[in-house]
Ligand binder design. Structure first.
Ligand SMILES: Nc1ncnc2c1ncn2[C@@H]1O[C@H](COP(=O)(O)OP(=O)(O)OP(=O)(O)O)[C@@H](O)[C@H]1O
Length: 306
């Protein structure tokens, strides 16, 4: 586990996952990104292995989107290294990332709501039949394949002809995950897939994240929600203000500690103190500063990692 404290050293810390003998599909080594004078990400190390879910957590402005953009080929890193299958890369476009097997499912999903489910499944990569110039869409094969692929992921829909816009948010996310799996993704980046969903629908999406992992994909699950992360995660990376605040395998961190890192223990204690001065605000339910300190991050030193 690697923990970065709020001490003045600001040390750059390396992620040190257990070596299970498999080469990471994706690896960032002390990577970072500056937009002109603005340093959005700095010293971030991350490893994505087949059959594992790597959760990236962080509050607003923590650098999650910047991290996704580097790995998905939208932006290039300006410091450190980015490796795919052990080789340094610098993608020029999302197409190049996709060709390397890295697929990103964004929150808005980029689907066409009025088009049928099967049509959205193949959007941009339609199956055709017959020779040019009389080539036509192979509708029957697309329907059959979409149905089979969705079933393979455990997704059963009543009618693939229904417009995708009529599905629930969780179902739409699930279709997008199955689509990425079918088109050969080895790494799936999920950008806050549960952010806009209720409890039940979030559960549906978490189930398919686990299904993708079980099919051997490496999953990068971006989320604000430590509870969702903890249900499926094998590794947890918490970003704070563009740097890595915590990097820990599942057996090294509990849900409570993860939540505390997300909340920012010291900041929450200070907020509780301030709120206590405000009439009409009940702070009883908030944890005590001492409780927070008990699980607060310790300052990183050379020996401060375990
Ligand atoms: N194109 C850009 N130009 C300048 N600064 C940027 C740019 N994109 C992001 N930043 C800055 O980098 C920092 C990290 O932003 P980023 O969007 O990666 O965070 P985030 O964790 O995804 O936040 P959110 O959850 O709110 O989307 C922020 O301070 C942001 O203002």
């Amino acid at each position: 586990m690697t923990i970065k404290g709020s001490g003045p050293s600001g040390a750059v810390l390396q992620d040190t996952p257990a070596d299970d003998g498999t080469t990471p599909i994706v690896e960032l080594r002390a990577a970072g990104k500056s937009y002109g004078n603005i340093r959005a990400l700095h010293g971030v190390s991350l490893t994505v292995r087949p059959g594992q879910v790597t959760c990236v957590l962080g509050d607003n402005g923590a650098g999650k989107s910047t991290l996704i953009k580097i790995i998905s080929g939208l932006h290039q890193h300006t410091e450190g290294e980015f490796l795919v299958d052990g080789r340094p890369v610098r993608f020029g476009s999302p197409r190049e990332a996709l060709d390397a097997g890295i697929a990103t499912v964004y929150q808005d999903l980029a689907t066409v709501p009025l088009m049928p489910v099967w049509r959205n499944f193949f959007l941009g990569s339609e199956m055709t039949r017959g020779p040019w110039p009389v080539r036509r869409l192979d509708i029957a094969r697309m329907k059959r394949t979409a149905d089979q692929e969705l079933r393979n992921m455990g997704i059963v829909l009543d009618d693939l002809d229904q417009p995708i816009g009529t599905l629930s948010g969780g179902q739409r996310q699930s279709v997008a995950i199955a689509r990425a799996v079918y088109f050969g993704a080895r790494v799936l980046i999920l950008d806050e897939p549960t952010a806009a969903l209720g409890v039940k629908q979030s559960g549906v999406v978490l189930k398919y994240i686990a299904a993708a992992r079980d099919r051997g994909l490496g999953v990068i699950f971006i989320t604000h929600n430590p509870h969702h992360a903890y249900m499926v995660g094998d590794h947890f990376s918490v970003l704070r203000l563009g740097t890595m605040d915590l990097s820990a395998d599942r057996d090294e961190v509990g849900l409570e500690e993860l939540t505390n890192h997300m909340a920012g223990g010291a900041e929450l204690a200070a907020l509780k103190h301030e709120l206590a001065q405000v009439r009409g605000v009940d702070v009883e339910g908030l944890p005590e500063a001492e409780d927070l300190q008990a699980t607060a991050p310790v300052p990183a030193t050379e020996e401060g990692t375990s």
